[in-house]
Ligand binder design. Structure first.
Ligand code: URA
Length: 439
């Protein structure tokens, strides 16, 4: 069938049968469908949506556009997590080793920063020598020997998504629930998972700021993943303040190492990490209840086994063998450090989280163009959480910058992102809701 006929059907609000979707996606992969046709198709889906069957067909067609990894030689369940992204969200760096140390295998294929949000892949690249884009043999070796490997997407996994995403990015068609769903899940299915936990963020630092939108995306992801044969659940978690007290690349890696070794555990980060770990262990069939999962994850973290797993993963993938013992020896440090001072006595009553992420991008820790090089050393640490009591002149945060000028600009952004008020605000829930497939 001609691509323009398939586009017409969706333009006119028809439901597309699986074979039409498969034919269109095949054309996206082979190049038989032009950029203009891909854009028109994406816009037709943006306006007319897709039902669950169409979204499942689209997800499976995109999964099958490239290699699908096979982990059937592994002696345990294969599982992963996907987060819709936020600021100070370094959960993956702790979650993968915690869950792996509990007996699951976590081949975690992660992405680069997008807009104001950080990317796990950029964070791992801050570790000298770490092969964040290894060949498949080294990826398999790391997963088999350590239980987890955090790496970037290879060109062979879901290539249709790569092309479609690039076109959506420049045609105003990113924010479509079925297109986001198929994009995320096709890559996860191509990674050969048996189960998946989704962390859908909501709040002023998330892509979905409103609860209604986050819930719609979580429902779509859970229903389509389940329809495509994955065991799946989702947590909706709060992103109305940075999750860790650090935002940036090397600084978030340092924060993760400190979390694993017990030197520093930011409370909200710990809540989300353990809740996701419990969820992953349960959907992987390693524990019989969520409570049991929480207990196993907490014990594994406290025993130091998760820290040891992270250390082995870093070493197998080419990083320093003593990275966890001496992260300060290896992580790059920015030339300038400047404290952001509280302007008045009171409590932190709110944080414009997106602006904190944009301040990191402004420092050079994220990208404004796809081919920008990220500076791993810059970022922000000691970010005070909502509810913290301060006196005028206390540090709200510490900026790590390449130059005093950059530091000044970031400090001004962070200062205006913090609201200070006279009374302590009630604590927000970190884990807001759990979503399971219907039926
Ligand atoms: N992340 C993805 O991988 N795809 C989307 O469409 C949006 C976020």
């Amino acid at each position: 069938m001609l691509p323009q006929e398939i586009i017409r059907h969706k333009r006119d609000g028809q439901r597309l049968p699986a074979f039409e979707i498969a034919a269109f996606i095949e054309g996206v992969t082979s190049g038989a469908v032009t950029d203009g046709q891909v854009a028109a198709f994406a816009m037709a889906v943006f306006f007319n949506g897709m039902n669950r069957d169409e979204a499942v067909a689209m997800t499976l067609a995109m999964r099958d556009s490239g290699d699908v990894l096979d982990w059937s030689d592994l002696p345990g369940p294969v599982t992963d997590k996907h987060s819709t992204g936020g600021v100070g969200d370094n959960v993956s760096l702790m979650l993968a080793p915690i869950v792996a140390a509990c007996g699951a295998y976590v081949p975690m294929i992660s992405g680069r920063g997008l807009g104001h949000t950080g990317g796990t892949l950029d964070k791992m690249d801050a570790i000298p020598g770490y092969a964040s884009q290894p060949d498949i043999a080294l990826f398999r070796k790391a997963v088999l020997e350590t239980g987890c490997a955090i790496i970037g997407q290879t060109a062979d996994l879901a290539p249709a998504d790569r092309r479609l995403y690039g076109i959506r990015d420049v045609t105003g068609t990113v924010e479509s629930v079925p297109l986001i769903t198929a994009s995320i899940l096709s890559k996860k299915l191509a990674a050969g998972l048996q189960s998946l936990v989704l962390d859908v963020k909501v709040g002023n630092g998330a892509f979905m700021e409103k609860s209604r939108d986050a819930t719609a995306l979580a429902n779509s992801l859970v229903e389509v993943a389940s329809g495509a044969g994955l065991k799946v659940s989702a947590l909706i978690t709060g992103m109305s303040e940075p999750l860790a007290s650090a935002a940036g690349n090397a600084v978030e890696v340092r924060n993760a190492v400190d979390f694993l070794t017990g030197r520093l555990r930011d409370r909200r980060l710990e809540d989300v990490t353990l809740a996701l770990a419990a969820e992953m262990l349960q959907s992987a069939g390693l524990v019989s209840s969520n409570q049991d999962g929480m207990r196993r994850a907490t014990e594994t973290l406290a025993s130091g086994r998760a820290a040891a797993t992270f250390a082995r993963m870093v070493a197998v993938l080419g990083g320093p063998t003593d990275f966890v013992e001496r992260p300060e020896k290896y992580l790059p440090r920015a030339a300038t450090e400047v404290a952001v001072k509280a302007p008045a006595d009171g409590f932190v009553t709110g944080i414009a989280t997106r602006d904190i992420g944009l301040a990191v991008v402004g420092l050079g820790g994220g990208r404004t163009r796809p081919d920008d090089k990220v500076d791993p050393a810059v970022g922000i640490t000691r970010l005070l959480p909502i509810g913290a009591e301060v006196q005028a002149g206390d540090a709200l945060a510490l900026i790590h910058a390449r130059s005093p000028l950059d530091a000044e600009a970031a400090a001004a952004t962070v200062l205006s992102a913090y609201a200070i008020g006279g009374s302590k605000p009630p604590a927000d829930k970190t884990v807001i809701r759990r979503i399971l497939p219907r039926g």
